[in-house]
Design a protein around this ligand. Sequence first.
Ligand SMILES: Cc1cc2nc3c(=O)[nH]c(=O)nc-3n(C[C@H](O)[C@H](O)[C@H](O)COP(=O)(O)OP(=O)(O)OC[C@H]3O[C@@H](n4cnc5c(N)ncnc54)[C@H](O)[C@@H]3O)c2cc1C
Length: 395
Amino acid sequence: MIKIDKKESCCGCTACAAICPKNCIEMKKDREGFRYPCVDEDKCVECGACEKVCPVQKQEEKTCEQRAFLVQYKDDKVRLESSAGGAFTAIAETVLEKGGVVFGAAYDEKFQVQHVYVENKEDLKIFRNSKYVQSDLKNTFCEVKEFLKNNKYVCFSGTPCQLEGLNSFLGKKYDRLIMVDVVCHGIPSPFIWNKYLEYQKNEIPKVDNIRFRDKYFGYKYSTMSFVKDGKNLYHAGSQADPMLRAFFTDICDRPSCYNCPAKKRYRVSDMTIWDCFSVYDFDKKMDDDKGTTRVLCHTDKGLNVVEQIKDRVNCKEVSADKLVAGVKEMFESVKMNPRRDDFFDDAQAMTGKELFEKYYPITAKIKIKTIIRKTLLVTGIYGTMKKILNKARGR
Ligand SMILES: Cc1cc2nc3c(=O)[nH]c(=O)nc-3n(C[C@H](O)[C@H](O)[C@H](O)COP(=O)(O)OP(=O)(O)OC[C@H]3O[C@@H](n4cnc5c(N)ncnc54)[C@H](O)[C@@H]3O)c2cc1C
C-alpha cells in the first residue's frame, strides 16, 4: 500500500490512484495545497499495484536518437496567445484533425488549474499559455486509457512528472497516443495561487483570462496579465508581480520539485517543448520577438507530428545537442528558498495581501526599476541587453 513518508518522494501524478483496482486511493490536498494519495485501508486488498506504478520509484533514462526543431505558429494571433511559439497548438491540431482528443491544463470558471480534454480546434485556446500552478489531473489518466481502448487518437500534454505518471499507468506504448511534455522550472502550490487571487480580488472578477506569460511588451519580457475581451487590464513583469516573484524565487514549489526525478534529456514523452529566447543564436531571421518554441523529438511518432505541422508553422531543424545546451531547467532541480517554511506558515494565517506584502512588497526601488525597464523596452535597448546577458549565460 502506497505510503508517502516523505513529501518530496511524491510528485502527485495520480498514477497510483488511477491504477487501484479497488478505487480506494483518493488524492487529497495537504496544508500547502498539493495533492497526495490517501488510501482507504478498509477497502485496500494490498495488491501492491500502487507502489509498482509510482514513477518516482522506478527511474530509468534510456537514450535515443533525437531530432530538434524551432517552431513558430504562422498565425500571429495564436502565437501571441501562446507562451512561446505556439507549437503546442499546431501539434494538438493534428490530433483533432484525426478525430482525436487533446488533454491539457486549463482554468475553470474560478481560475483553478485542472486537466481537461477538448475535441474542437476552437477550444484549444484554453490550453495556450503556461499556468504556473500545479494542475488537478482528476481522473484524466483513466479517461486517456478509455479513449485509447476505443481507438481514438489522444494527445496528452503536461509537466514531465505528469507524463512519467501517465506512461507508467498505461504500462505500454499506444500508436495513437502523442505525449508532449514541457521543460518545467518547478510547479507552484494551488493554495498560494489562491492567496494571489485573493490579493488581486478587486481585479479578478473583471477578467476573463489570466496570462502568466503575456507578450504585452514582446516575448523577451513577458508579464503576468489580466485580460478582458482581449484587452489587457493589468500587466506586471517578474520583478514586480508577486506571483511571478514567488515562482521565480522557488518559494512555493511542490516539495518533489526540489529534487525532481523528471529533469533529464531523454524522456518518456514523444516530444518535449520549451522556450527559445535566444533564437537569434540559431537563425537571426526568426528573431521577431513574438515567441519561438523549442521542440525536441524523442520518437518517430514525435517526428511524424513535426512533419504534419510544417504547413502551419515556420520550422527550422537544428542540432539536438545545441538545442539542449545550457538549458538548466531541463537538467537541474530548483533550489529551495530558505524562507519556504515561513512563507507557508504565514500563508495559513495571513490574507493574500498580508502575505505578498510581507514577502514581495512593491517598494519604491521596484517601481523605479519597472519604469526604467519599460523605457528600455520601448526604446529597444532591453532586447539588445537581454541578448548579451543570454550569451554570457550560455543560453
Ligand atoms: C509550470 C511550467 C513551467 C515551465 N518552465 C519552463 C522553463 O523553466 N523554461 C522553459 O523554457 N519553458 C518552461 N515551460 C514551458 C513553456 O512555458 C511553454 O509551455 C512551452 O515553451 C510551450 O509553449 P507553446 O507556445 O508551444 O505552447 P503553449 O500554447 O504555451 O502551451 C502551453 C502548454 O503547457 C501546458 N500547461 C500549461 N500550464 C500547465 C500546468 N500548470 N501543468 C501542466 N501543463 C501545463 C498546456 O497543457 C499546453 O500543453 C514551463 C511550462 C510550465 C507549464
